[in-house]
Design a protein around this ligand. Structure first.
Ligand SMILES: Cc1cc2nc3c(=O)[nH]c(=O)nc-3n(C[C@H](O)[C@H](O)[C@H](O)COP(=O)(O)OP(=O)(O)OC[C@H]3O[C@@H](n4cnc5c(N)ncnc54)[C@H](O)[C@@H]3O)c2cc1C
Length: 471
């Protein structure tokens, strides 16, 4: 079966499929429409019953809350530009001035600063967090010769543990990076997570302290907020992308096969009823990387073999609404040290973090669980109970009564984020270079896990696919 119409010049308009309607796939569909014009047949398939993937806004206590991604970095261009193009600029909100705290031992500690992704600039920022031995170690680090070979590829945890000590990893770096990547610093590549730090070391920084200082100094002139979000939640971006892309969106439609076809490629679509083959000139594969590995087995076996090694890290978010009168700690959230005795990994005190949420009928917060190697095995009831218990402990340490729960919603992401071990980015570059013409891949597995990075991969995938379309 083929889709697409003949255009007025007698040539057939291009037919392109996008597999996956998360932010990567929806951005790809929007860019395809921009490049190919109104006549192009663009089909987006998603096995779920709603678009958005990990962008998911749900109602909690009568207010909209993002229960997957909630923010985006505004200091890099991809998400900011897309939001502008979609006419959503006026909907962008910024966090207030409150900072997160670290939970370590049995108390709340200010987030170390100055620090680079939790790596402190010397001992002072972690004076009340790191062990005494590690404080001495940090103080002396700049004078201890650093054996760094340019191109070295350690994990963040190995480098920081070696130079500053394990308490700095557990109480500074893990809490910061663990939330972003759903993994421990020991399993996260330095070049993947903090490439500027690796570059500073490659360029000859004589110590970790010097390299951290170099990167912090280089970014010191940046002003304005680092993060933004959408006033109505990520649902606004999803809705705007669906509308602007003008693609046919097929929900509840899993793509289970991708093969070479008469005009390019043939997809096997499983919706209700029999699987249907449909032919396309080009395909953007925007499903999670492990699903992409399965789909690419026939048309790009070498790429698929590399992608198949990427491990998923599962997580879960418990979103709470509490009565409007509930006092909250004076922090934007709490990041939990990995040697602390709490089940939660982090809490975002949403109403404290985002001023636009204040003044509503309830206050909101979200607790998160799970990381690579520590899957979420509790039931929903157990997750809520564990979060409530940990919140009571944290609130008590802040001198506040345990919050009363007005509503709770559990959102599971059993394969939420791909693992970025040392060497991951280089392996992905090699794997993607082996893709055949006419196929592009987009998503969180290839060039960073954040929404802006996903948008960037969608742009690149569309460039690759459109370059190969018949003219
Ligand atoms: C809890 C959590 C919090 C996060 N917070 C942030 C944050 O605040 N800021 C940030 O920048 N990033 C954040 N991230 C990361 C970010 O949300 C994701 O990396 C990004 O949304 C991934 O988008 P995607 O489109 O590549 O993949 P997905 O959102 O996973 O979309 C893939 C889509 O493919 C569909 N699909 C799968 N298999 C098939 C198939 N066979 N056929 C058809 N469709 C299929 C799925 O249903 C899904 O809709 C967070 C991630 C998690 C898990």
């Amino acid at each position: 079966m083929t889709v697409g119409s003949r255009n007025s010049t007698g040539g057939r308009s291009p037919r392109v499929a996008v597999i996956g309607a998360g932010v990567s796939g929806l951005t790809a569909a929007f860019r395809l429409r921009q490049r190919l014009g109104v006549d192009a047949a663009i089909d987006v398939y998603d096995s779920a019953d709603r678009p958005g993937g990990l962008l998911c806004t749900r109602e909690v206590g009568g207010v909209s809350m993002d229960v997957g991604a909630e923010a985006f970095i505004v200091r890099r261009p991809e998400a900011r530009d897309l939001v502008d193009e979609l006419g959503l600029t006026a909907h962008v909100v910024s966090p207030g001035g409150l900072r997160p705290a670290i939970w370590s031992g049995d108390g709340l500690h200010p987030l170390p600063a100055p620090a680079l992704m939790g790596i402190p600039l010397g001992p002072e920022p972690m004076a009340d967090l790191a062990s005494p031995a590690d404080l001495d170690r940090m103080a002396a680090e700049a004078d201890v010769p650093l054996a760094w070979a340019p191109g070295a590829d350690p994990s963040v945890g190995d480098l920081v543990g070696d130079r500053f000590g394990r308490s700095v990893v557990a109480r500074g770096v893990d809490p910061m990076l663990g939330g972003v990547y759903s993994t421990l610093a020991d399993h996260l590549g330095l070049r993947e997570a903090i490439p500027a730090l690796a570059r500073a070391l490659d360029d000859g920084a004589p110590s970790l302290t010097a390299a951290v200082r170099h990167v912090l100094d280089a970014g010191a002139s940046a002003t304005g907020p680092v993060f933004g979000a959408l006033r109505g939640g990520y649902r606004e971006l999803v809705d705007a992308l669906v509308a602007a892309g003008g693609a046919r969106l097929h929900l509840g439609a899993a793509v289970t096969g991708l093969a070479h076809g008469p005009d390019g490629f043939t997809l096997l679509i499983e919706a209700s009823g029999q699987p249907r083959p449909i032919d396309y000139d080009g395909v953007v594969v925007a499903v999670p990387v492990w699903t992409a590995a399965e789909l690419l087995g026939d048309v790009a076996p070498e790429t698929a073999a590399v992608l198949a090694d990427v491990q998923p890290a599962g997580s879960a978010v418990v979103a709470f609404a509490v009565p409007e009168s509930t006092p909250l700690p004076e922090h934007s959230g709490v990041l939990v040290a990995t040697d602390a005795d709490l089940a939660i990994k982090a809490v975002t005190l949403s109403t404290q973090k985002w001023p636009h949420l204040r003044g509503g009928p309830v206050r909101t917060l979200r607790a998160s669980f799970g990381r690579l190697g520590d899957p979420v095995i509790r039931t929903d009831e157990q997750l809520v109970a564990a979060a409530v218990s940990d919140l009571a402990i944290v609130f008590s340490a802040a001198g506040l009564p345990a919050p009363e729960v007005a509503d709770a919603v559990v959102q599971r992401w059993p394969a939420g984020l791909p693992h970025y071990p040392p060497g991951h980015l280089a392996r992905m570059r090699t794997a993607l270079a082996m893709l055949p013409d006419g196929i592009g891949v987009a998503g969180s597995g290839y060039n960073g896990v954040g929404v802006p990075a996903c948008i960037g991969t969608a742009d690149a995938a569309v460039g690759k696919v459109t370059a190969a379309l018949p003219t």
